[in-house]
Design a binder for this molecule. Sequence first.
Ligand SMILES: [Zn+2]
Ligand SMILES: [Zn+2]
Length: 270
Amino acid sequence: MQKELFVKFVPDYHLHSQFSKDSSAFLEDYCRLASEIGISEIAVTEHFTLYSLDKNFSGFNYSNFIKEVERCRLRFKGQVTIKAGIEIDYHPVFEQKIKEAIKNWDKLDVVIGSIHYVEAKSALKSKIKNKEEAEHFVNNYFRIMEQMIQSGICDIIGHFDVFRRSLGKDFPLKFYLKKAEKILQQAVHRNMALELNTSGFKHGINDIFPNIEIVRMFKKYGGKYITIGSDAHHLEEFAVKQDKAIIAAKTAGFNHISCFEKRQPYLIPL
Ligand SMILES: [Zn+2]
Ligand SMILES: [Zn+2]
């Protein structure tokens, strides 16, 4: 008999709303859409960057953000659970400042750690064709990620191999699998969650971040927590391609995904 292909929706744990400068979406609209299509929980995870050249620089206002989250919680009570989060743009030079900035943000439920820049070069938009340059870039990217994991600042590793956006969709996995192995072991040791991010489908990569082999590896080393996020910046991107991430998670052996409350993970069945 053919396997059941229907995949139900799960919480979307990576969303940008009006508190991220590069988003056109409103939190209230995400909530309405979630309740209409039957997604019972969302985490809105706004950009927090200290890179002065980044579009999102100085765009995040914690107290206004929390006020809006609390207003929407009341409005959608019983329909959608809303978690408050941020997506940190991590780099070791900003580590102390990041720690300082977020230490009093005690209403956050979840913190995604992402790397958007390597030596001031965008991990998302650089066009790197040369093999040596690619190797250098990826090595540095993972060096930064290692420091991010050791810093203990974040709960989730965001879009693990997003540098594929700069290297192209045909960039071979074997090129970074060994490096990934070490990083994943450290992440497991730190009890961190790995995000399955579906934004690669809108950026021509036609895959989730990370590739399923990485998800399998995370499981093999004892990884317990995974989240699924669309990384939506516009309403129409909400929960997009979620089925791809769910299938990858199940194929890699995960029967649960995690949600967070006040920075603590808990599991829900997949
Ligand atoms: Zn990101
Ligand atoms: Zn994002």
